[in-house]
Design a protein around this ligand. Structure first.
Ligand code: HEC
Length: 111
């Protein structure tokens, strides 16, 4: 369970890196897809979220949910930017996602 959670975490970081790399090349759709499938609400099945979250205190579950929601919102924002060409909201949205990583890490440990 712990190994699985940490492997997930490393994939979260990899996903962020891939998102940034796609944004740098102007590929907002590719960034949106990674955000939704690897970090967003669509990733819950992939991460066995229902199984793992049973072992988390409520505050940690909430932080996880907030992260998945922020990532799904980001995916929509990134898709919109593909139409408008305005990347500012995309970077703001990405910062909201990473803020959820930072917030949970500040408060919780696996022991
Ligand atoms: C719901 C809480 C939560 C959220 C949200 C969260 N993490 Fe974590 N993460 C943890 C915990 C707990 C650990 C283990 C820390 C420990 O026990 O030392 C961890 C560990 C990690 C690790 C270390 C993995 C290893 O192999 O040791 C990485 C990398 C990581 N997280 C990246 C991320 C990124 C990137 C995000 C946001 C996209 C994120 N995490 C969001 C709780 C969270």
């Amino acid at each position: 369970m712990v190994e699985h959670t940490l492997a997930n975490m490393r994939d979260h970081l990899l996903a962020l890196q891939e998102i940034q790399s796609h944004l740098g090349m102007g590929r907002t759709d590719a960034a949106a897809k990674i955000a939704e499938t690897r970090l967003g609400m669509s990733s819950l099945g992939l991460h066995d979220a229902a199984e793992v979250s049973k072992y988390m205190p409520q505050g940690m579950q909430d932080a996880g949910t907030a992260m998945h929601r922020a990532a799904s919102r980001f995916a929509i924002t990134a898709q919109e930017a593909g139409v408008t060409g305005d990347l500012k909201p995309v970077f703001a949205g990405l910062a909201e996602v990473t803020a959820q990583c930072v917030g949970c890490h500040a408060g919780y440990r696996i022991k």
